[in-house]
Design a binder for this molecule. Sequence first.
Ligand SMILES: Cc1ncc(COP(=O)(O)O)c(C=O)c1O
Length: 403
Amino acid sequence: MKSPVTRALFDEIILPVYAPAQFIPVKGRGSRVWDQNGEEYIDFAGGIAVNALGHCHPKLIEALQTQSEKIWHVSNVFTNEPALILAQKLIDNTFADRVFFANSGAEANEAAFKLVRHYAIEKYSPYKTKIIAFYQSFHGRTLFTVSVGGQAKYSDGFGPKPADIIHVPFNDLDAVKAVIDDHTCAVVLEPVQGEGGLTSATPQFLSGLRELCDQFNALLVFDEVQCGMGRTGSLFTYQQYGITPDILTSAKALGGGFPISAMLTTHEVASVMHPGVHGTTYGGNPLACAVGSAAFDIINSPEVLAGINHRRSIFIEELEKINAKFNIFREYRGKGLLLGAELHTPWHGKARDFLNSATENKVMILNAGPNVLRFTPSLIISDVDIREGMARFSKAVEKVVIN
Ligand SMILES: Cc1ncc(COP(=O)(O)O)c(C=O)c1O
C-alpha cells in the first residue's frame, strides 16, 4: 500500500466516474467532519441526503456494535430478526403490507420496475408494459433505472435500453393524459425531484395521477429514495399530499449512512411474486437492518419530524441574508431539509463554482444540476451549526461573486 493515502491516489486507481473534493474526510460527529489534516468542515450535504442523523449518532453506533457481535449475514436462504423488525416498523407506519429489502436506491427501483411489469403481465396482458416517467427524474444507475430516469446524460451511450418507457414533462397532467392507455403498467415519479433540481409535485398533479392510474389499471410508484424518511418533514412525502402510491421505494436516510434500501407495496401487488421471481444476496442484511431500525425510531419521532421545518426556516433566513448582499438566488425550492436555492440566470451553469468555493471555506454543500444549490443536512443539525455553516457559505459566495 502506498503511503500516505492521498487524494492524488484517487486519480490514479479509482474508476474515473467521480470528481471528489480535494480533501479526504476521516472523522465525523454530528454535522461536523474533519479531514486528514485535522481541518474541520460543517456538513450541509449529509452524504447526499443519507446521514439523516449526522455522523456517528450514538444510537446507531450502539445498534451496529450490538448487532456486530451477534450475526452479520445469513443471505435470504434464511431470514433474520433485524430485517423482520424493520419491515414491521415500515408497515406499521405506512400504507404498505409487504417489504422487499435491497442495498441501494437503484436496486429498490429496479425491483419496483420489474414488479410493475410483472404485475400487469400476470394480471392483465403481456402487452401491458408501458412505463410513464418524467423528464429530469432520477431513479438510479442500473440500465433499467437510468432508462426510466428522464436525463439523457445518464442513460445514453450504453446501447439499447429497455423498451416501452415514455417520458413527459413533470407536473403536466395533460401530457400524461395524452400518453396513458390500457397498455400502461405504471406511472413512476419522485414526489420531490431530487437530482433534477428540487421540483415538488403539485397536489393536483399527484391526485390527477392517482385517478388516471386507477382508471387505466396502472400502478403508481413513488420513488422516495431522496425525499423520504423524514427529509421533507413527514416520514414519507406522500403522507403530506394524502395521495397513496401502490409502490414506494426508500433508501438513503433509511440506513442513516449504512447501505440499505426497501421497496414497499400492498398485499394485492405483492400477490404476483413468489420464491425465485426476484432476489438479492445482501438485501435485508442484519447489520444494515439493525442500524436502519435504530435510525427509523429516531427519525420517526415527533420531535425530529417537527423540527425539520424549523430548521428549513433558519436555512432560508440565512440564505436570504446572503441574497440581500449578493443577489444570487432566484427562488427556494423543495420541501423540509431537501432544500434548493436556484441561482439567478446570470449564474446559471455555475452551481459547481459555489460548491467548490464552499469546500474551500470549510462547508460542504451540493448542487442539483448546474443551476441549483442543494442543502440536505442532518435532520437534527443544531441551530448553531446552521448559522456557522451559513457564515462560512456567505464568504464562499463572496469569493465567487467578486472573482
Ligand atoms: C430519487 C432517487 N432515486 C434513486 C436514487 C439511486 O439511489 P442509489 O444511488 O442508492 O442507487 C437516487 C440517488 O440519488 C435518488 O435520488
